[in-house]
Design a protein around this ligand. Structure first.
Ligand code: C5P
Length: 217
């Protein structure tokens, strides 16, 4: 499929709401370049921990940011809930957010020639990074359902109520930090289309998303 105008999709929502899966499906469907912006913050948080620093300390986070281009964003270690916590700590620092804005906007506005556009998933894509795109989706789900999804990713089908509770508490803390920080907090943009994934499978979520995108074309 070739579109006459470049498309920029902003996909925001809390942790484990299904952004990654939906983002990949939309990228394949519309032939878009995809940027998982959470991976940038995860890489910085992970690097702070590697260096024995404190993710809430701006000096430590700035030091870790210097290595960003050398960090493998597909490293599985970055995906754990503990690194999610470190990511949300560095993401609450305005200096770190500010330093990552240009990279994200340049990606959004410069798709490779063989692509129809870009899709970025994160927390502030519709509100701060790409406020002018009409293609904004905000996805969410009940926090207990999100914790179950994250638990399954990390522990498979093991019955482990203690680990589940730990993940649930970490997600609650992360939601609180992400929504209450002063700099670019997680919130639904006014013109974003809301999709609740709590009781829907990926096909239903994907259908709702493409229906919305088509309605805006
Ligand atoms: O999406 P993911 O769970 O990988 O994001 C990790 C953390 O990075 C989030 O909890 C959030 O604090 C931060 N983040 C952000 N802004 C983005 C993407 C991620 O603050 N655009």
């Amino acid at each position: 499929m070739l579109l006459s105008k470049k498309l920029i999709i902003a996909l925001d929502g809390p942790a484990a709401s299904g952004k990654g899966t939906l983002g990949r499906r939309l990228a394949a469907h519309y032939n878009l370049a995809l940027l998982d912006t959470g991976a940038l913050y995860r890489a910085v948080g992970w690097n702070v921990i590697q260096k024995g620093g404190n993710p809430s300390n701006v000096i430590d986070a700035l030091e870790a940011l210097k290595d960003l281009s050398n960090i493998d964003l597909s490293n599985k270690e970055l995906r754990s809930e503990s690194i999610g916590t470190a990511a949300s700590q560095v993401a609450a620092l305005p200096t770190i957010r500010h330093a990552l804005v240009d990279f994200q906007r340049t990606f959004a506005n410069n798709p490779p020639p063989n692509k129809n556009g870009t899709i970025l998933d994160g927390r502030d894509i519709g509100t701060v990074i790409c406020p002018d795109t009409p293609f904004k989706i905000f996805i969410t789900a009940d926090v207990e359902i999100r914790a179950k999804r994250r638990f399954l990713e990390e522990f498979g089908n093991d019955e482990n109520a203690k680990e589940y509770k730990k993940i649930l508490n970490k997600l609650r803390d992360r939601d609180k930090r992400d929504t209450s920080r002063a700099s670019s907090p997680l919130k639904q943009a006014k013109n974003a289309h809301l999709i609740d994934t709590s009781y829907s499978d990926i096909e239903a979520v994907f259908d709702a998303a493409i229906k919305f995108v088509s309605s805006k074309m």
